[in-house]
Design a protein around this ligand. Structure first.
Ligand SMILES: NC(=O)c1ccc[n+]([C@@H]2O[C@H](COP(=O)([O-])OP(=O)(O)OC[C@H]3O[C@@H](n4cnc5c(N)ncnc54)[C@H](OP(=O)(O)O)[C@@H]3O)[C@@H](O)[C@H]2O)c1
Length: 341
């Protein structure tokens, strides 16, 4: 395959996604420890909206946005072992997070935030960041895995993995939450999904959710969760809501349950109510995506259960701004994808 010396890429000045600019850029040869990937698809996260507004901690100026992509290797550096041209791959969200705990240095290798990301036609990445895309997935599906799926996997099957028969509560039907639903179901849990919309809840039910609650129609949804669990509360919560949902989650969790602190889509600025947390001996665990090792473990589950990510809509490379607007509108269930090649 001939590799171009000039490619197209987007850049963000942090002044809103409407101002994302496409430009031409040179493509260098991969360094000895790198591979060149022809990017086929990219998926969007809530984080990409934050980066586009210039509000992501430590973000690079004039950054190439987006953490999540999938493509094929088109060139291999001279010291790279174990990878070859034609392999279907994704780089991990933080390219240096190979295994174990995250560190400050690792955090500073986040694609599309601290370093240039995936919203471009080709990228050079270190080979230690690579994970193979499961064979049953298309590039569009594979592009959804690095951030949202791995975050949900790290929460539910991390240091305190869920057990079959556990109750898992997922808030909303965005990217992380729908993966939380799928991973929990595949691991034998009972799943409760909340959402702003009955139509979205129908999708969750079709995917296998055991119980669904519309949090707009039922603002005291935490009481409903307690009713469903016969007063016991749930074992794990995918907490993407943040300050405005945390108190409800403390009510909905069982004694000594696991609240996975992931996001802040519900807004607000209150802290964790300490007394209530102590009173139920709750574990709060902040999640920061995951490692290459966890990504590989997760893919084994996706392969074993033939899980297909829920791709809501696919936009073209030229429509990237529309894709961001669609994500921002929160009309989606699961993932919004940009097809590049
Ligand atoms: N810590 C990490 O490692 C990590 C990794 C990935 C994402 N995150 C964070 O997790 C959050 C979700 O990210 P994402 O990419 O999955 O977002 P997303 O795909 O944009 O999903 C957002 C969804 O959140 C739901 N929502 C909005 N307000 C809500 C509320 N008050 N209560 C419950 N649900 C609400 C909506 O679904 P409904 O209309 O169905 O309610 C909305 O579609 C973000 O804050 C993101 O920054 C963190």
């Amino acid at each position: 395959m001939s590799i171009p010396s000039t490619i197209r890429e987007y850049r963000s000045q942090g002044d809103n996604h409407q101002n994302l600019k496409i430009q031409q850029a040179p493509l260098s040869k991969p360094r000895a420890s790198e591979v060149t990937i022809k990017v086929h698809a990219v998926s969007l996260q809530y984080r990409d909206l934050i980066v586009s507004k210039g509000r992501y901690p430590g973000q690079k100026t004039n950054v190439v946005p987006c953490s999540d992509g999938a493509g094929e290797i088109v060139a291999v550096g001279e010291d790279v072992k174990g990878w070859k041209v034609g392999d279907r791959v994704s780089p991990n969200f933080a390219v240096d997070h190979i295994h174990g705990d995250v560190t400050e240095d690792i955090k500073n290798t986040g694609l599309g935030g601290q370093i240039d990301g995936m919203l471009r036609e080709y990228i050079n990445v270190p080979s230690h960041s690579l994970v193979k895309i499961p064979e049953h997935l298309t590039y569009e599906e594979g592009a959804t895995l690095p951030c949202a799926a791995l975050t949900a996997y790290n929460a539910l099957l991390g240091p305190v993995p869920l057990k079959g028969g556990d109750y898992v509560l997922v808030l909303g039907t965005g990217g992380v939450s729908i993966f939380g639903l799928q991973i929990a179901l595949a691991s034998g849990a009972n799943v409760i999904v909340t959402s702003s919309s009955d139509e979205k809840l129908q999708v969750a039910t079709k995917l296998g959710a055991h119980h669904v609650i519309n949090y707009n129609k039922n603002p005291n949804w935490e009481d409903e969760v307690l009713k469903i669990t016969a007063g016991r509360g749930v074992d794990h919560i995918i907490e993407v809501g943040g300050p405005n949902t945390i108190r409800k989650c403390i009510k909905a969790i069982k004694y000594a349950g696991q609240v996975h602190i992931i996001g802040f889509v519900s807004g607000g600025d209150s802290g964790i109510p300490v007394g209530a947390a102590i009173g139920k001996a709750i574990t709060f665990r902040g999640i920061l995506i995951g490692s290459v090792k966890q990504f590989e473990d997760m893919n084994r589950l996706f392969i074993a259960r033939q899980i297909h990510p829920v791709v809501d809509r696919v936009f073209s490379f030229e429509q990237a701004i529309d894709a961001y607007s669609y994500l921002e509108s929160q009309k989606h269930v699961g993932k919004v994808v940009i097809k590049i090649a």
